[in-house]
Design a protein around this ligand. Sequence first.
Ligand code: NI
Length: 387
Amino acid sequence: MKKRVVLCILIIALLGFSAFIFSKKMFKADDNNALFVNKAKKRNEIINDYINSLDNFIEKIDFNKAVEVVSKENDRFNVSLFDYETGKNVDYKSLIKDLDGFYKKVKELLYLKYPKFIADVLINNENNVYYFKDNELVIYYYDYVIEPSPREELLLHVNYNEIKDYLNIDVKLDENYMNEDGSIIDNNKKIIAITFDDGPGSYTSSLIDILNNNKVKATFFMLGKNIANYRDVVKKASDSKMEIAYHSYAHKSFKRQKIEEIISELQESDNILKSITGEGFKYIRPPYGAINQEIKDNLNYPFILWSVDTMDWRYKDIDYLYNYTLENIKDGSIILFHDIHKTSVETIERLLPELYVEGYQVVTISQMASVFNQKLDNHQSYRYFAR
Ligand code: NI
């Protein structure tokens, strides 16, 4: 008798369990949002009335306890959340259970996507619209004041995989997703390479900070004797994924040196560099750009010259250098600066945000060569790249 009761309960439990699985599958099949909706309860009519009243309705998404209604007015998203049963407005924060964890993650992703001068403003911006979609949250930023002013719309796509632990809603996770990363090269944008000669020097470390803050990679043509004197800075450049190339040992013109002497200084400098970063020089730029066939034939590197010479060693004037650079660059330019002058570093600090809003991407020589499908051969010289 007792055994039968237990068996009955077991069968009922199993039936119930499979019915649960079945209904969940059925639900998933007819709702791509895959967000759990309590179908037993009726959505409040107030919500339907609100949707019908909208001129520019975009979509409606049902969460466990809330309904999100999205519309657009004057190019601005308008997202409203309603309590499913009562039809009362609820705050988007009700979909987030750990606000601190959530904001921390958003901050991290914001700085991954945008240069610091933009992320610093957005992280404190108040007028944001949170748009919860079926597999991501999109944050639209409005009414910010950023100088220089970005022309593109500023927004952040936050995949639910990144914030699932901080949300109150059942979310759809992606097997493969990629966060937006401002350092990923966009082949459709204009691309330039900024190069720094004669360092490293006393301003190079702060220059690397400026480059990093702007999500920019540059190429440094270093002097062998300076590498030995600024080992920490060389390591920092390498750790920041900057490219390191050779600009002679002590800035003597190659044309005034014997080939044997050039080669032995190059090898000595290359060994010092390898002892710091584990990697040798990528390219050579001879001092003063002075080069001849004998030099090219005897050194097993590509030679990288430049197409835009800022003459920053002569014009120590930020306004001049800033304007000269903006007026003379184009897609494929290789720009010459010197990181041993304070004015040059200050010019770069002002220039990089402007280049960003002008739609330029600043990359290393090898990144640019790769985007432009330009193979860099040893014994050949390059002044710029063309698509
Ligand atoms: Ni030089």
